[in-house]
Ligand binder design. Structure first.
Ligand SMILES: NC(=O)c1ccc[n+]([C@@H]2O[C@H](COP(=O)([O-])OP(=O)(O)OC[C@H]3O[C@@H](n4cnc5c(N)ncnc54)[C@H](O)[C@@H]3O)[C@@H](O)[C@H]2O)c1
Length: 277
């Protein structure tokens, strides 16, 4: 089904994980892509994308017949993001879909948290999403159409021990999205958040995350943490697949969602039913 034929989509965090999955699904459905990733490591974060992985996403997108512009950029830098938006418009003439997906995680109790662990997580997850939206929103306002989807999280509507930086940043994303949704509605642009529970990517599957869930084990594996992860949601799923995440994001980006704006869409096995709103 080529329901994104002729659309131009900008995806941040496109080197791997959910960003790559979203990019490939959009390409498969007819969109052309602008792929953005920092493609280098921020020290406190779990393994991030590499230049080779960003190139591999581009190769896979082009193999599906889509055109593609690849930009190595840091979403935290507003000027770099304005340059991305300008390059997208120069190459393709417009931006129809923005997936502000790039994010990082790093853990610790807030009373002991190193300054970079606080700063980098909040700067990327909230500041980076804001810089991305601020760069692209003027383009969409001018063309009087567009879809903006920012990736939040289940912990964007609850607290999480050892996760205050991440939770604060993702709550911030939801506040940002709701505010921009109101501002952009008169321009025919929808702005929504996507709030997944754990997703089966490197951000979920790494030693630091595993140790957080099984501090009793020296070297926990995925099998050791599976049951603990599953206790977080009533459907008892340990983590969702990237395809589950992509399906929700594609819906919000599609014509079917044209009057949906200012929501945070949970894909969380019902974890969200524990939240007050
Ligand atoms: N995996 C999970 O369990 C989970 C759960 C809820 C929400 N999320 C969110 O989903 C989004 C995607 O994460 P993922 O699971 O695909 O993880 P991932 O680590 O596989 O991919 C994240 C990508 O973002 C890129 N990135 C990070 N900071 C960047 C920056 N400043 N500028 C440009 N690119 C940057 C990384 O290089 C990487 O390629 C993130 O916002 C994350 O917070 C993930």
């Amino acid at each position: 089904m080529r329901n994104f034929d002729g659309r131009i989509a900008v995806v941040t965090g496109a080197a791997k994980g959910q960003g790559r999955s979203h990019a490939l699904a959009l390409a498969q459905r007819g969109a052309d892509l602008v792929l953005v990733d920092i493609a280098e490591q921020i020290p406190c974060a779990s393994r991030m994308g590499t230049p080779e992985e960003l190139e591999e996403t581009a190769r896979l997108v082009e193999a599906l017949g889509a055109s593609c512009l690849t930009v190595k950029a840091d979403t935290r830098d507003p000027q770099q993001m304005r340059d991305v938006a300008a390059a997208a418009v120069e190459r393709f003439g417009r931006i129809d879909v923005l997936l502000a997906n790039a994010g990082i995680a790093a853990y610790g109790p807030v009373r002991e948290m190193a300054d970079d662990v606080w700063r980098d997580v909040v700067d990327v997850n909230l500041g980076g999403v804001a810089a991305t939206i601020r760069a692209v929103a003027p383009v969409m306002a001018k063309q009087r159409s567009g879809r903006i989807i920012a990736t939040a999280s289940s912990v964007g509507r609850e607290g999480g021990p050892n996760n205050a930086n991440y939770a604060a940043s993702k709550w911030g994303v939801i506040g940002l999205v709701k505010s921009v949704a109101i501002e952009m509605a008169p321009y025919g642009v929808t702005v929504n958040a996507f709030s997944p529970m754990s997703v089966s990517t490197d951000m979920c599957h790494n030693d630091l995350t595993y140790r957080l869930f099984r501090p009793d084990l020296a070297e926990p594996t995925a099998d050791d943490v599976r049951d603990t992860f599953a206790t977080l949601n009533p459907m008892a799923v340990p983590w969702i697949e990237v395809s589950d995440a992509t399906a929700a994001v594609l819906f919000l980006a599609s014509d079917d969602a044209r009057y949906i704006t200012g929501v945070a869409l949970d894909v969380a096995g019902g974890w969200n039913a524990f939240h007050c709103a």
